[in-house]
Write a protein that binds this ligand. Structure first.
Ligand code: DOR
Ligand code: ZN
Length: 346
């Protein structure tokens, strides 16, 4: 097999930042994907429908005139998110969810939720109106080991949310553990999960062996190899509960290569090829299209995209760096060879 054609895929978890950085990254995603769920953790965050609408317009303005890429917007939940705002969001035709960042869990999460009880009215309204909850699932108490934070979140918070809001549709974002795979696999149709290309391709050694590798630092951090293998199985096995969400998160090289480097891996440049690499390693492309293009729209209640993309089996090297305003952006797998390449059609 040296060519694959699939329905145009979507990225169900993406960070685009804002002007002028947005302009440097958005086309990378738009040339591969039909739509993407856009994360709201800007500074300040996207907390209401009016800010989401303005941000959406900036994204559309940054695209080339011929692009049909559609940004699917989300709201950032805070302790003060009102039922009115959630109701408005669920009635809008461009907002597709609201994101729970436990305060302090990750980049730009300071304005996030300090206590789940504070968002119970918002969650109730989301359940009622069918607005999807996206979750950064990591417990934040300082005493919890960073490698246990996802598992702890399931036990301390996710079980509680699911018990109290059994018909709230939830996407457990960027899962990194066998525990999360099991939890989602055994759940009902109200829960699904996204998996990133980096958590499918690297384990924690890539971050810590041979020196600290800041370009492999993200949150949740990559876990041990057995967890990576569980993620690969979940992605390639054909369960409709799992789908692609890159969590591509651009940070300038200077901010990553720092005494306190920030979290985020930039995978958007070659996202589809990175996912193809995972299926190549598993030697089974039978569920590639489902994972990339069908399961996500199914969970979000949307049609699959029109049109298709084509990949061909050919070795190529990911560039060492990309231009990022006054700095550089280091793409995931920079300088390494991938075995599938997106065929560009005019
Ligand atoms: O690594 C990450 N980077 N994880 C997140 O949850 C946020 C993201 C970012 O915004 O940079
Ligand atoms: Zn993210």
């Amino acid at each position: 097999m040296d060519k694959i054609s699939i329905i145009r895929p979507d990225d169900w978890h993406l960070h685009l930042r804002d002007t002028p950085y947005l302009q440097k990254v958005v086309e990378h995603t738009a040339r591969q994907f039909g739509r993407a769920i856009i994360m709201p953790n800007l500074q300040p965050p996207i907390r209401n429908c009016s800010d989401a609408g303005a941000y959406r317009q900036r994204i559309l303005d940054a695209l080339s005139a011929t692009s049909s890429f559609e940004p699917l917007m989300t709201l950032y939940l805070t302790d003060h998110t009102s039922v009115e705002e959630i109701t408005k969001a669920s009635q809008s035709d461009f907002i597709f969810g609201a994101k729970l960042y436990p305060a302090g869990a990750t980049t730009n999460s300071d304005a996030g939720v300090t206590n789940l009880r504070h968002i119970y009215p918002a969650l109730e309204a989301m359940q009622k109106h069918g607005l999807i909850l996206q979750i950064h699932g990591e417990a934040t108490a300082t005493e919890i080991d960073i490698f246990d934070r996802e598992k702890q979140f399931i036990e301390q918070s996710l079980l509680v949310i699911r018990k109290d809001f059994p018909q709230l549709r939830i996407v457990f974002e960027h899962i990194t553990t066998a525990d999360a795979v099991d939890y989602v696999s055994l759940g009902d149709e109200y829960i699904a999960a996204t998996i990133t290309p980096h958590h499918l391709l690297i384990n924690r050694n890539a971050m810590l062996v041979g020196g600290i590798q800041p370009h492999h630092y993200c949150l949740p951090v990559a876990k041990r190899e057995s967890h990576r293998q569980a993620l690969v199985k979940a992605a390639t096995d054909g369960s409709n509960r799992f789908f692609a969400g890159t969590d591509s998160a651009p940070h300038a090289r200077g901010a990553k290569e720092s005494a306190c480097g920030c979290a985020g891996i930039y995978s958007a440049f070659s996202a589809i090829e990175l996912y193809a690499e995972v299926f190549e390693q598993a030697q089974d492309f039978s569920n590639f299209e489902a994972f990339m293009s069908i399961n996500g729209p199914g969970f979000y209640g949307l049609e699959v995209n029109h049109g298709s993309i084509e990949l061909e089996k050919t070795s190529w090297m990911v560039p060492d760096s990309l231009d990022y305003t006054n700095d550089q952006l280091i793409p995931f797998k920079a300088g390494e060879t991938l075995s599938w390449k997106l065929v560009d059609h005019d």
